[in-house]
Design a protein around this ligand. Sequence first.
Ligand SMILES: [Zn+2]
Ligand SMILES: [Zn+2]
Length: 290
Amino acid sequence: MRLGAHISAAGGLFKAFKRADEAGCDSMLVFTKSNRQWKAKPITEEDVTKYKKEAEKYSNIFPVAVHASYLINIASPDDALWEKSYQALKDEFNRAALFGIPFITFHPGSHMKSEPEAGLERIGKGLKRLVEETADSVQGTTLCLETMAGQGTNLGAKFEHLAYLLEAAGHSPSIGVCFDTCHVFASGYDIRSPEAYEATMTEFDNVIGLDHLKCFHFNDSKYDLGEMRDRHQHIGQGFIGKEGFANFVNDPRWKDHPAHLETPKIEKHDDGTETEMDPVNLETLRSLIQ
Ligand SMILES: [Zn+2]
Ligand SMILES: [Zn+2]
């Protein structure tokens, strides 16, 4: 697999390549704008040139994936917030495409005070419109719906939700799925033993179709199976455990798929020292490859 981590793009997206390389990544996950703000500085030609030059220099780091802003909620029952979210998502999709980045992942949304079905319907409506409105501006970038833990009113915790959304988007090749190990496990799909992993993958295939699975987030879980709590833990130190991740990294179907850590970056020790954890977690993952 193309193992990597979420890497800071502080000071310009092009700067992420060097950081990813230093952390021992084969690929990386980035934000192209501040993830907690609606506004984004427009991308200039110079930004793209700098990015492409660094991508060439660090040709060992691929593929790159974007994580869209956490503010976006195209399941929102509030019309103004829905439209704001839709425009932000469209902007993120176009931004990723401008850099030539192949994947962008986003959280499908939260239904808030409305019913889950109403929320799903609104997400589906947004996706359909997005596919139509970006048909000319976006080529070669796939928007991935992230599997969610089901915390609060989050949608996308059930494979059936994602299957419904792909259908609502008209089975566009521009829409795929990002598999987050912590979220899938928290939502109640076991992946710890080889048998449980196979059963979950078979269910994914039957409900969604494995060909729609484009990328992974690799996070262990602080909470147990089915607890619907979204808290990431270092690889091998949570309830999924090393054996669970061994199932993924040794599955030939994911040989070329990117998998990105979204685990805590720093571990503080009692003696005041700190350990950078991305290289440690990547090392753990690689040690599982047979
Ligand atoms: Zn994730
Ligand atoms: Zn999470």
